[in-house]
Design a protein around this ligand. Structure first.
Ligand code: GAL
Length: 409
């Protein structure tokens, strides 16, 4: 027979854990499309639970926001939940014992049967325990083309990278910047990675980025990539913007012919009420190698110690993965859901292309899932220099890149 004290304590804990909590959620989703999407999470959490979503948006790119998130967690001022990308960005925080173990929720809800591809949950798993909830699949492997820009130069909208490059001079003559690209490290490094897969092919890319083979990075296939990157650098001249969504806006308004960018760009076209296939065209894999890379986002929950907060954190994880919320969030975000059992019939032409590639299994891990944040940082630094400085030749850049890969972890 349980003592009265034990029963009272259990009741108190239950009462506490049902206690309403204000949960601060940090993320870097501040563009129009991103804000519309994250509002779906906030609405669902506040409507479906007794808790309140306290929005902790951090302006700027992930590269700006992540150091702030990490220093708050390591500095004893943790938020309730935070965004990181799929992969290894929170690896050290988990290993330091600072992040909440979600395995009980994951097992109770069957996440291993729900999440597709399973590699997304693998990226949340360390020593057999699950520490994050994947919320979307964002693929970098796209170029977004302005149908207006190509109509202006009386040229069919390109169907692949070579046709896009060939249209460069006519776009220039018409006062249109061929390639829009913001001047931030993650954008130039991301675009380079997309060119790698399109130009060198999936096998060569895997050898370099997944197997970290320095010789392959120094080889003939990647020499073609660096040549294409030098071509792209010339096409990008005049794209004088910083943030990715300002570069996307150049395509939306026809000031640029195209942008190599992840499919979060779709959120911006949606907010501008542009229609895929009518106002803009998307080429997965630059129309060369149609693949989906599993970039995207997951939410992690710093340990808090208060059972009520921990219960609210686990409820948020559950809400984010629920069917209805997965559809509502991803349709606004321009990303694909992390579960295959949802109805996306309302997805637009470009999302349907992405879903078809996903269904075929033409899936690659993202660089964030393969390389350490330190190696990613070195590549971003090299790309910042290369894309900003014409005096760095393709050969010089390739030599330095191969050295980074040879020493990658
Ligand atoms: C990525 C993130 C996307 C997107 C993008 C630009 O790292 O996965 O959700 O928003 O940053 O902010």
């Amino acid at each position: 027979m349980k003592s009265i004290a034990t029963l009272l304590a259990a009741t108190a804990l239950t009462a506490t854990s049902a206690q309403a909590v204000d949960l601060e959620v940090t993320h870097w989703w501040t563009s129009g499309g991103e804000a519309a999407a994250v509002a779906e999470f906030a609405k669902a959490f506040t409507e479906r639970t007794d808790h309140t979503w306290v929005d902790g948006a951090i302006a700027g790119s992930g590269g700006t926001a992540r150091p702030i998130m990490i220093s708050r967690i390591t500095g004893g001022d943790p938020m309730g939940a935070t965004q990181f990308n799929h992969g290894r960005q929170a690896e050290e925080l988990v290993e330091a014992g600072l992040m909440l173990d979600l395995t009980d929720v994951a097992e109770a809800e069957g996440w291993t049967d729900i999440v597709f591809p399973s590699s997304l949950l693998d990226s949340c798993t360390i020593d057999g325990r699950i520490y994050c909830v994947p919320v979307n699949i964002h693929s970098w492997q796209w170029i977004w083309l302005s149908n207006d820009a190509f109509a202006k130069i009386d040229t069919p909208v390109p169907t692949n990278w070579d046709e896009f490059v060939a249209a460069g001079p006519k776009l220039r003559e018409a006062g249109i910047v061929p390639l829009a690209m913001g001047n931030q490290a993650w954008q130039t490094a991301g675009a380079f990675d997309v060119l790698s897969i399109a130009i060198a092919g999936v096998d060569a890319w895997r050898k370099v980025v997944v197997e970290k083979d320095g010789a392959a990075a120094a080889g003939a296939e990647y020499a073609k990539v660096f040549k294409a990157a030098a071509d792209a650098r010339a096409l990008r001249a005049g794209s004088n913007v910083q943030d990715w969504n300002l570069a996307t806006n150049m395509v939306i308004t026809g000031k640029a012919g195209g942008q190599i960018m992840g499919d979060w760009a779709q959120g911006e076209f949606a907010v501008a009420e542009k229609v895929a296939g009518t106002d803009y065209t998307c080429l997965p894999g630059l129309g060369v190698n149609e693949v989906i890379s599993t970039g995207g986002d997951a939410f992690y929950f710093p340990k808090n110690g208060d059972p009520a907060v921990e219960a609210a954190q686990k409820e948020l994880a559950s809400v984010m993965l629920s069917k209805e919320v997965q559809v509502a969030f991803n349709l606004k975000k321009g990303s694909l859901p992390v579960r295959g059992d949802v109805d996306l019939s309302t997805a637009n032409d470009c999302m349907q292309k992405g879903l078809a590639i996903l269904a075929k299994g033409n899936i690659l891990p993202s660089g964030d899932q393969s390389l350490s944040p330190d190696t990613q940082g070195q590549i971003e630094d090299l790309m910042t220099e290369f894309w900003a400085n014409d005096s760095i030749t393709a050969e010089d850049a390739q030599e330095r890149y191969a050295d980074i890969i040879a020493n990658a972890d």
